[in-house]
Design a protein around this ligand. Structure first.
Ligand SMILES: *[C@@H]1O[C@H](CO)[C@@H](O)[C@H](O)[C@H]1NC(C)=O
Ligand SMILES: *[C@@H]1O[C@H](CO)[C@@H](O)[C@H](O)[C@H]1NC(C)=O
Ligand SMILES: *[C@@H]1O[C@H](CO)[C@@H](O)[C@H](O)[C@H]1NC(C)=O
Length: 177
């Protein structure tokens, strides 16, 4: 019964359009970002790292703020065709919405915007072996989002000097389901 109700909801939510009026870009209510998120779009200035077999190509599952201010990410990534589950805890910094974590190098992770209900975006700066890489990600509450979210993501990427050709679409690419 519950399953039927959820399936009934999905098409109407997936059709939901990006809505300017309800986005937060600061003073986040971290409790409200808690829960299920799926990888929808990623972008990077080094495509090798987010394309197939890339070390930063991750399939998100859950994001949970912890009591001590850290932010926990649960995701999968592929190693030699196998799905590997990873839990990554990012430590808070003095800047609200900004975190640091050692994962495939040193990372600064910044929550850039969310509407809590449909999508959330993060910016990550990775330094691995002395090389700096910029990564942006958009996660959705549902595994599929309408194209209005891609337009939004293209705009966010521009702010970080990444072009549309630096974007990959992970919709339906998640074999770890
Ligand atoms: C891109 O990432 C790959 C894999 O980590 C690395 O070998 C390569 O040097 C990187 N390229 C640049 C321009 O940083
Ligand atoms: C916060 O709690 C998590 C989970 O218990 C732990 O892994 C992390 O190290 C803690 N961070 C700090 C700064 O205490
Ligand atoms: C790290 O960088 C050094 C110097 O650029 C290079 O010789 C070495 O192979 C790199 N190591 C890895 C694991 O990429």
């Amino acid at each position: 019964m519950v399953v039927l109700l959820v399936l009934g909801l999905v098409p109407s939510l997936a059709a939901a359009q990006f809505n300017w009026e309800i986005i937060s870009q600061k003073n986040y209510n971290m409790a409200k970002i808690s829960g299920i998120w799926y990888s929808i779009f990623m972008a990077s200035d080094n495509m090798t790292r987010i394309e197939e077999n890339g070390d930063l190509r991750v399939f998100m599952r859950n994001i949970n703020p912890l009591k001590n201010g850290s932010l926990k990410f649960d995701f999968f990534f592929m190693v030699h065709g196998e799905c590997v589950a990873v839990t990554m805890v990012c430590e808070k910094t003095e800047n609200y919405g900004e975190f640091t974590v050692a994962y495939e190098g040193e990372n600064r992770v910044l929550l850039t915007e969310t509407d809590y209900r449909m999508y959330i975006t993060f910016y990550m700066q990775n330094i691995k072996n002395g090389t700096k890489t910029h990564v942006l990600a958009l996660y959705g509450r549902l595994p599929v989002l309408s194209s209005s979210y891609l337009e939004r993501f293209v705009n966010i990427c521009k702010k970080y000097r990444l072009n549309a050709q630096n974007i990959i679409d992970l919709t339906n690419k998640d074999v770890c389901f």
